[in-house]
Design a protein around this ligand. Structure first.
Ligand code: IMP
Ligand code: MG
Length: 179
């Protein structure tokens, strides 16, 4: 299938949203929370968010969690496993869980349970993009950068078949028909 990537959210809009999210998160967070990003999609968002949090006086510990799911490549598929767990001690700690996209909600509802089972005292969730039309799990994020329609996006860490993570903006994949 041929496709094009059409710009959806510019670098400037991303930077503004991240500063707003960091301010909102700082109001909810203890001075030294644990920030946990979900690999790989949230790696750029998490990197920018922790630097914005530092401007808001938060001094987080940072960790990442690698999940595996067996979906179509276009969604999480729902069958989620922890491939590489975070190593920070979470007992009694407040966690800010960061992901790129909230879609069906399976990934985040699974991960929140996982972190609470590891002893986190509270898990606050922050996503760059929310696609509420696609939700199947009963789950809403505490902090949302942008609400977007049911469209497939790439860039700013987010991939389509491992491509386009390096784009500095978020783009929309538009399929253009046969090869
Ligand atoms: P959920 O479990 O359905 O909420 O899935 C969220 C995960 O699905 C995200 O972290 C992404 O890995 C993937 N995903 C959902 N929508 C998109 C998209 O538009 N582009 C790339 N990956 C997506
Ligand atoms: Mg993901």
């Amino acid at each position: 299938m041929n496709y094009q990537v059409d710009p959806l959210i510019s670098q400037e809009k991303l930077a503004q949203a991240i500063d707003r999210l960091a301010g909102e998160a700082a109001a909810l967070l203890e001075p030294e929370p644990v920030v946990i990003g979900l690999f790989k999609g949230a790696f750029i968002f998490t990197a920018d968010l922790v630097r914005a949090l530092s401007r808001h006086g938060v001094e987080p510990r940072l960790d990442f969690l690698v999940l595996s799911s067996y979906g179509s490549g276009m969604d999480s598929g729902g069958n989620i496993k922890v491939l590489l767990d975070c190593r920070e001690e979470l007992t009694g700690r407040q966690v800010l869980l960061v992901d790129d996209i909230l879609d069906s909600g399976n990934t985040l509802s699974f991960t929140v349970d996982h972190l609470l089972n590891k002893g986190a005292s509270q898990v606050i969730t922050c996503v760059l993009l929310d696609k509420p039309q696609r939700r199947t799990a009963h789950f809403e994020a505490d902090l949302v950068g942008f609400t977007i329609p049911n469209t497939f996006v790439v860039g700013y860490g987010i991939d389509y078949a491992e491509r386009h993570r390096e784009l500095p903006f978020v783009g929309m994949v538009r399929f253009t028909g046969e090869d």
